[in-house]
Design a protein around this ligand. Structure first.
Ligand SMILES: NC(=O)c1ccc[n+]([C@@H]2O[C@H](COP(=O)([O-])OP(=O)(O)OC[C@H]3O[C@@H](n4cnc5c(N)ncnc54)[C@H](O)[C@@H]3O)[C@@H](O)[C@H]2O)c1
Length: 346
């Protein structure tokens, strides 16, 4: 049994806010931990792993949540829980966690940039991930100059190695990510008889393969933290849209993916939801205007005519919905598809 670890524990643990949240005086904290762990971990394994750097603070906190503390018989140390006026796990987990870390894919512009900015305003650290690294860096710099914490990362979400490298960079520079926004997307519109195999594959790769690779990589950190939020971008096109057989299939796929994640990961405190936007003013809809040969203003005007609130959407409209799904209070909302389209859909 490891008994002499007071000097080791206080150093890493002092960076966490949770002794204070639990009402434990800093000077007696290592003794309290020692009492807990000497009972719940006879080999003292977590202490040793913490000491050798094999266990992160987050993993250690998860271990403590799992441990069954029984300090009554422990070396004269009074019970940590007795000294904590109210032991409220949700309060503790919020204050224990210094700052949630989010990855937003396709965040160099448009909806993704809107979501990245909004999550930063909500107090999260944000990895702005996009194929376009220099544009990602600009969004991250803007967040930082507004007082937030962010990094830009250049990565292709459909490239397995690039995804692994990107997530490792987020862990190293911001901390383990527990919020993922699968937003990266492309369109390759054409009527079915003219749609090439490349058009089909490209759209499937970015939306579905990309969301799969990103989610598989990030869920490891979420399950470890026993908390996570996954928000994936679907679209009203999931309901069917002329010229978008590939995109409609991918966006409907995002909904099935989301519901399955909700079922598989729910028991780890992870929610998965989808936002399905209608017409949003971004480079993507500007490209559509160019393709069909009308001005963007004319396209917006004709789109607004069939939208109940009589206007087209903006990235902030989608960011607001994403912010709700990510919020602490939305832990009982999972597997949902929220159409954000200025009127009824779905
Ligand atoms: N704009 C709309 O009206 C609308 C409607 C419904 C759904 N959506 C969805 O919202 C999301 C964002 O759309 P947007 O309008 O902001 O598009 P956008 O074209 O303005 O931005 C998409 C971003 O994704 C990035 N990206 C593309 N492929 C990538 C890859 N392989 N890896 C990493 N990044 C990649 C692009 O570089 C770009 O910065 C997409 O999933 C889109 O399908 C948009």
């Amino acid at each position: 049994m490891v008994l002499d670890y007071g000097g080791v524990l206080t150093k890493p643990v002092s960076s966490s806010a949770w002794p204070e949240a639990d009402g434990i005086a800093p000077e007696s904290f290592s003794a309290v931990l020692k009492a807990w762990l000497s009972h719940s971990s006879p080999e003292g394994a977590p202490i040793h792993r913490l000491e050798t750097g094999d266990l992160s603070i987050q993993e250690f906190e998860v271990f403590l949540d799992d441990a069954e503390p029984n300090v009554a018989d422990a070396q004269g140390v009074e019970s940590a829980r007795d000294r904590t006026t109210v032991h409220d796990p949700s309060r503790r987990s919020r204050s224990m966690t210094e700052q949630r870390v989010a990855i937003v894919t396709g965040a160099a512009r448009g909806i993704g940039a809107g979501i990245a900015r909004r999550l930063a305003q909500d107090g999260l650290a944000v990895a702005v991930l996009d194929l376009d690294e220099s544009a990602s860096n600009l969004v991250a710099e803007e967040i930082v100059s507004d007082g937030g914490r962010a990094i830009g990362i250049g990565a292709d979400v459909s490239d397995e190695q690039a995804v692994a490298d990107a997530v490792a960079r987020v862990v190293a520079e911001l901390g383990p990510p527990t919020v993922l926004i699968n937003n990266a997307g492309i369109i390759r519109d054409n009527l079915l008889f003219k749609m090439t195999t490349d058009d089909w594959d490209a759209v499937m790769n970015v939306h579905l393969r990309g969301a799969f690779l990103m989610t598989r990589a990030v869920q490891a950190h979420m399950t470890q933290a026993k908390w996570g939020r996954i928000v994936s971008l679907s679209s009203t096109s999931a309901l069917g849209n002329r010229g978008q057989a590939n995109y409609a299939a991918a966006k409907a796929g995002m909904q099935g993916f989301t519901k399955t994640l909700a079922i598989e990961l729910g028991k780890y405190g992870i929610t998965a939801n989808a936002v399905a936007p209608g017409f949003i003013e971004t480079e993507m809809t500007q490209a559509t205007a160019r393709r069909v040969g009308v001005s963007f203003e004319d396209l917006k005007e004709s789109a607004a005519k069939v939208i109940a609130v009589a206007r087209t959407g903006r990235p902030e409209d989608i960011a607001h919905a994403a912010s709700f799904f990510v919020s602490e209070g939305a832990g009982f909302v999972s597997g949902q598809v929220l159409y954000v389209a200025g009127g009824p859909q779905g």
